[in-house]
Design a protein around this ligand. Sequence first.
Ligand SMILES: Cc1ncc(COP(=O)(O)O)c(C=O)c1O
Length: 374
Amino acid sequence: MKDFENELEKQFLMESAPGAYAMFNGKLYSYFGGTSYYELHKNDLVINSAVNAVKQYGISSSSSRNSFGATQLIVDVENEAANYFDCEDAVYLASGFLTDQAAIQALLNQNLFDVIFMDEISHYSNEYASRLSGKPVHTFSHLNPVELEDKVTTICSGNLRPLIITDGIFPIFGNLAPLDKYIDIAEKHNGIVWIDDAHAVGVLGENGKGTIEHYKVSCDRLYFGATFSKAFGGYGGIIPGKKDFIKEIKCNQIFSGATPVPSPAAAASLTGMKLLKTNHELRKQLWDNAKKLKSGLQSLGLNINNTHVPIAAWSMSSKSKMQNLQNELMRKGILIQYVQYVGAGEMGALRIVVFSTHTTEQIDNLIDELRKTL
Ligand SMILES: Cc1ncc(COP(=O)(O)O)c(C=O)c1O
């Protein structure tokens, strides 16, 4: 609970759609926060599809999938997702948070692992899901395949099968999991890998398929899930995969005991996927902006990674220094986030996110103002 106290104290109220400019508490800011990487949450095509869906279906089907709650729209999202991610099938769940629980439960039911090894700052949803599985959970140092392999070798000692759990992109510092190395370890020890790819889908890989496409890996031991609430401009969790795995998830109460995602959100997710599938220019623009932002931050002496992930963050020596810096930028009409969240460390961090729609002037202005303030 402590993590959230500071966030709640601030009471930032968003009064517009998220985008390169967004309104908070009556003031329009040049906005570098959140996760709407392409501003699709306010894209006309996305919004029109959501409006049409709500007119046709109402807010939701008001019934679970196993009774009368399925709609053609929900099935279309699953089919389109299977197609987008080039998988046999997909299942659409009420939130990204739930994908980890549903998937890990299904992997357990399929008897595919005995022990969990999780990156120490995996998202809350991964941690929750791991603990709920009832299997032993061991953590390994952030992004550290060497330590992971040591632990797997010692703990599994040749007969227990590991499930390696990680985020694809970590939400605060935007670090990328060394997935290729985790796959090698899984293969060597008869294990499997689960990736929460919430921040990477739509963003990484030539076709926006996420971390797996970024590393150009393919492996039967690899499972992943994601959310539509970030890059895709929609809402809800998605797990693409092999037919038997998806079928197992559909037997789970997380799937069968819940009303499906509300129709406007489902329609938005469907349209967002179609847009990101065909519009490679958007992704190029996002990567270019990520590069601009990161080289600007590096020019200020900040230790920022060089990937084209559109997230950057750093910590300072005290919480008050970071809050003062955030406040100073707010006075200049720029909103970045001082964040206390999983992976931000004891002190918290200053997090900046760039969108495909930020202009060069906005990014340059942010860097100039930071130069004056740091
Ligand atoms: C890595 C990660 N996984 C899962 C989630 C949860 O996704 P959703 O907000 O769609 O429930 C988040 C959320 O913000 C996230 O950052």
